[in-house]
Design a protein around this ligand. Structure first.
Ligand code: FE2
Ligand code: FE2
Length: 277
C-alpha cells in the first residue's frame, strides 16, 4: 500500500499508462483480438471497479465537502468515467463476436480511448490531486478509506492481483509483436535451417508438422509409419508421462516432450532428432 491517497492514485495512473502503452504496442491485426479482449477487460476492471471508485466515492465527495464545486472539474471527470466505461464495454462486446474487418474499427476506437484516458489523468492530476484543500486529518481519513475499500475488494492483494495479470498479458503481447514482425513463411525458412529435425505429432500420434522435406515423413502418417517399432514405442511411452526425455537410438539422439495446453493436458508430442553438425 502506498503512503498517501495521492501517491496511491498517481500509482494507479502509472499502471493505467503502462496498460495503454501495451495496447498501443499490440499489432493491429485480426489475430490480436483475443489479447485485446484480455487487456481491455483488465482495464475495465482496474479503472471502473477500482480506480474510479476511489475517486468517485471518496476523493470527489471530500473535495466537495471542502468547498470545491461539484459542477466544474469533478462533474467533467465523472462524465468522462461514464463515457469511458461505455466505450470499454462496447469494445469488449464487439471483440466477443468479431467480423472480418472489425479489428480495424476497434483499433480506431482504441486510439480514441487512449487519447481520452491520457488527457483525463493529466487533468485530474493538475486540477484535483494537486489542490491544497485538505488538512492532514483529511489526508489520513482519505488514505484510510482507500485502504478499507481495497482490503474489502481484494483482501489487500491488489498489487499482486493486477500486476500478475498485466505481466502475463505483457509477455503474450511481446510474443505477438515478435511474431508480427516476421511472416509465417520466413519463420518456416528459419526453422528449416535448424541442425535438428523437428516432428510434432498430434494427440493420436499422427504427424502434424515437420521441418524436413524427406518424403518418408509425410504429414498425416502415424508415428509407427515414421519410426521403427521399438523407437515409436519408446516415444509414445515417454510422451504419456509428460516429462521430457532424451533417448539414444541407432547412434542418433532424440529429445521427446509432450506439448501441453492451458489446462496442462497433452495436445501433442514433440520429437526432435539431432542431425550431425
Ligand atoms: Fe478519473
Ligand atoms: Fe484517475
Amino acid at each position: 500500500m502506498t503512503s498517501s491517497w495521492r501517491d496511491s492514485l498517481i500509482s494507479d495512473h502509472h499502471f493505467i499508462s503502462h496498460v495503454l502503452d501495451i495496447i498501443a504496442k499490440t499489432p493491429s491485426q485480426q489475430s490480436s483480438i483475443n489479447r485485446l479482449k484480455e487487456i481491455l477487460s483488465l482495464l475495465l476492471e482496474f479503472t471502473d471497479k477500482y480506480h474510479n471508485i476511489k475517486e468517485e466515492n471518496y476523493l470527489f465527495p471530500l473535495l466537495v465537502e471542502r468547498g470545491i464545486p461539484q459542477s466544474g472539474a469533478i462533474h467533467n471527470m465523472i462524465m468522462e468515467h461514464e463515457a469511458e466505461r461505455e466505450l470499454l464495454i462496447k469494445m469488449i462486446a464487439s471483440l466477443e463476436s468479431p467480423t472480418p474487418g472489425s479489428s480495424q474499427v476497434i483499433f480506431k476506437k482504441i486510439d480514441e480511448y487512449i487519447a481520452s484516458r491520457k488527457s483525463h489523468m493529466l487533468q485530474e492530476e493538475k486540477q484535483l490531486f494537486s489542490r491544497k484543500t485538505f488538512t492532514a486529518k483529511d489526508d489520513e481519513k482519505l488514505q484510510h478509506a482507500f485502504e478499507q475499500f481495497v482490503t474489502k475488494l481484494y483482501n489487500k492483494n491488489v498489487n499482486a492481483h493486477f500486476h500478475n495479470k498485466l505481466a502475463e498479458i505483457e509477455r503474450n503481447v511481446t510474443q505477438a509483436v515478435l511474431y508480427g514482425k516476421i511472416s509465417g513463411e520466413t519463420l518456416e525458412k528459419i526453422i528449416k535451417q535448424f541442425p535438428y529435425i523437428i516432428f510434432y505429432f498430434d494427440r493420436n500420434y499422427q504427424l502434424s508438422y515437420t521441418n524436413t522435406t524427406d518424403e518418408k515423413f509425410q504429414l498425416g502418417k502415424s508415428i509407427q509409419e515414421c519410426f521403427p517399432k521399438d523407437l515409436s514405442q519408446r516415444i509414445t511411452t515417454s510422451g504419456e508421462t509428460q516429462n521430457s526425455e532424451i533417448i539414444q537410438h541407432v547412434k542418433q539422439t532424440y529429445f521427446i516432450r509432450s506439448v501441453l495446453n492451458d489446462f496442462n493436458e497433452p495436445m501433442g508430442y514433440l520429437v526432435i532428432r539431432q542431425n550431425s553438425f
